[in-house]
Design a protein around this ligand. Structure first.
Ligand SMILES: Nc1ncnc2c1ncn2[C@@H]1O[C@H](COP(=O)(O)OP(=O)(O)OP(=O)(O)O)[C@@H](O)[C@H]1O
Ligand SMILES: Nc1ccn([C@H]2C[C@H](O)[C@@H](COP(=O)(O)O)O2)c(=O)n1
Length: 231
C-alpha cells in the first residue's frame, strides 16, 4: 500500500494493538514524541462517533440505525503526540469521550461494519498525511487498517495488572469491578465479525505485566530503530 507521496526516507509506520489497559496510548505517545513521529489514537475516534450517537439519541442497540447515520459526524484527530486532540463537528470532545457512558457503549458502536469502514478510511488518510511517519494505536491496526506497517507491536498484560492500572487512574475504583468491565469489553472487541481485536501474524508481542512503562517505551523505541536501520 502506498501511503504518502511526500513521505521522507526515514519515515516509519508503527502499528500498536492490544486489549484495554495494556499501555497502548501511554507507550504510543511517548514513542512518537521521542522519535519525532505523529500519533493517532484510533480508540478516541470510535469513542467520538459513539459520543455523537449518544448525543443525537441514536439507539445503540440498533445496528441498522447506527449504520444509517455513520457518515454524518465529522471527526478530526490532531496528531501531535504531546497534545493529541479530537473534535466532532468542530467541538472538542476529548473529555466527554472518556465518560463511563461512552466507555460502556463504544464496543457496540464500533462493531457496526459501516462505522468501521468510515473510521478505517479516516485512519488511513491520517497515516498517509504523516510525512515523518506515525504511531497508530488500536485493536485492528496491524491486521486491517495498516497491514503493510513497518513495525507491528501487540501489547498484552494480565487482567490483574490492567485492572490495577485502571483503578489507579480512576482514583481507587473497585479492582474486581474494573477487571470485569475490562474483560467484558475485550470479549466484545475480540468476537465481533468485522476486524476484531487480534494480533497480526507478523506482530511482535510484548507482555507488559511486569514491565514499567519506561521499559515498554524503551523496548518499542529499540524495535522502531532496528526497523529504521534495516530500511
Ligand atoms: N507498563 C506499565 N506499568 C504500569 N502502568 C502502566 C504501564 N503501561 C501503562 N500504564 C498505566 O496504565 C493505564 C492504562 O494505560 P493506557 O491508557 O496507555 O492503556 P491502553 O492500552 O491505551 O488502554 P485503552 O485501550 O483502554 O485506552 C495508564 O494509567 C498508564 O499510565
Ligand atoms: N482500532 C480500534 C480502536 C478501538 N476500537 C474500539 C474498541 C474499544 O473498546 C473502543 C475504545 O478504545 P480505547 O479508547 O479503550 O482504546 O474502541 C476498535 O474497535 N478498533
Amino acid at each position: 500500500m502506498e501511503t504518502s507521496a511526500a513521505r521522507t526516507a526515514q519515515a516509519v509506520i508503527v502499528a500498536i494493538d492490544g486489549p484495554s489497559g495494556t499501555g497502548k496510548s501511554s507507550t504510543s505517545k511517548a514513542v512518537a514524541a521521542q522519535l519525532g513521529l505523529s500519533y493517532l489514537d484510533t480508540g478516541a475516534q470510535y469513542r467520538a462517533i459513539t459520543w455523537w450517537m449518544v448525543n443525537n439519541g441514536i439507539d445503540i442497540g440498533d445496528p441498522t440505525a447506527i449504520a444509517a447515520v455513520a457518515a454524518k459526524p465529522e471527526i478530526v484527530s490532531g496528531t501531535d503526540p504531546s497534545a493529541p486532540t479530537i473534535t466532532v463537528d468542530g467541538t472538542d470532545v476529548s473529555g466527554p469521550i472518556r465518560t463511563q457512558e461512552v466507555t460502556s457503549k463504544v464496543s457496540a458502536v464500533s462493531a457496526v461494519p459501516e462505522v468501521r469502514a468510515r473510521i478505517t478510511e479516516l485512519q488511513r488518510s491520517v497515516a498517509a498525511a504523516a510525512e515523518r511517519g506515525i504511531v497508530v494505536e488500536g485493536r485492528d491496526i496491524g491486521t486491517t487498517v495498516l497491514p503493510d506497517a513497518d513495525l507491528k507491536v501487540f501489547l498484552t498484560a494480565s487482567p490483574e495488572a490492567r485492572a490495577a492500572r485502571r483503578s489507579g487512574e480512576l482514583k481507587g475504583a473497585d479492582l474486581h469491578t474494573t477487571r470485569e468491565a475490562l474483560l467484558k469489553r475485550d470479549a466484545a472487541d475480540s468476537t465481533r465479525k468485522t476486524s476484531p481485536l487480534a494480533k497480526a501474524d507478523d506482530a511482535v508481542e510484548v507482555d507488559t505485566s511486569d514491565l514499567t512503562l519506561q521499559q515498554v517505551i524503551e523496548c518499542v523505541v529499540t524495535l522502531v530503530e532496528e526497523k529504521r536501520a534495516a530500511k
